[in-house]
Design a protein around this ligand. Structure first.
Ligand SMILES: CC(C)(COP(=O)(O)OP(=O)(O)OC[C@H]1O[C@@H](n2cnc3c(N)ncnc32)[C@H](O)[C@@H]1OP(=O)(O)O)[C@@H](O)C(=O)NCCC(=O)NCCS
Length: 168
């Protein structure tokens, strides 16, 4: 999992502040203009370092991507919660700091999370993305994901469509 500058590793409770910081910056950059402002603020504010610490202490699966010793991205994953039948694994969240996007790191993090799900014998993978998040949709399609259903999410009074990308 390690190369000279890039290290993909399992997060521990000590990583909670870094996770909160990466999520805040990545979510702001990704969802400003897509998710109504106040709702986005609330969705960012809810994931404090304390929230992450509790999640990690409960045993959640979180991979971090460190670049030159600094956390610049993360993926959370586990058993699928809302996926179609037959798709047992899910990557719940996959986020990189904006300046680290577009350089192949997302692919590395995605593949690492996928391998971890495979090790747990979870068959098939689903990842949900907002349809309006064109970057994420293009990324999942480039990685071979097949659109396999949609769902409507109500956020701040708006109806936003989510797409399920599937890997058998
Ligand atoms: C989505 C995200 C994780 C992708 O990671 P990344 O490091 O930027 O993507 P990579 O450089 O690894 O790209 C992998 C492939 O996706 C393609 N891709 C990535 N972004 C793309 C875009 N905006 N348009 C077209 N293709 C794109 C790349 O061309 C590459 O394909 P290739 O290997 O065939 O050339 C990252 O950009 C990110 O964190 N975005 C903001 C948060 C987000 O939207 N997360 C997903 C929420 S569902």
């Amino acid at each position: 999992m390690t190369s000279a500058l890039i290290d993909i590793r399992h997060a521990t409770a000590e990583d909670a502040p870094a996770l909160a910081a990466v999520r805040e910056e990545a979510w702001r950059a990704t969802y400003q203009g897509l998710i109504p402002h106040i709702t986005l603020q609330q969705m960012i504010a809810s994931h404090t370092p304390g929230w992450w610490e509790k999640l990690l202490r409960m045993g959640a699966s979180v991979l971090l991507l460190d670049f030159d010793g600094q956390t610049q991205g993360y993926a959370t994953y586990g058993r699928s919660r809302h996926g179609p039948a037959g798709y047992e694994g899910e990557i719940y969240e996959l986020y990189l700091m904006p300046v680290y996007q577009g350089a192949g790191l997302g692919r590395q993090l995605f593949e690492a999370a996928r391998r971890e799900l495979g090790r747990r014998n979870l068959q098939g993978l689903v990842v949900w993305s907002l349809r309006d998040n064109e970057q994420a949709c293009a990324f999942y399609e480039a990685l071979g994901g097949q659109p396999g259903g949609t769902a409507i999410e109500r956020l701040g009074g708006e109806r936003l469509e989510r797409i399920a990308y599937l890997w058998p």
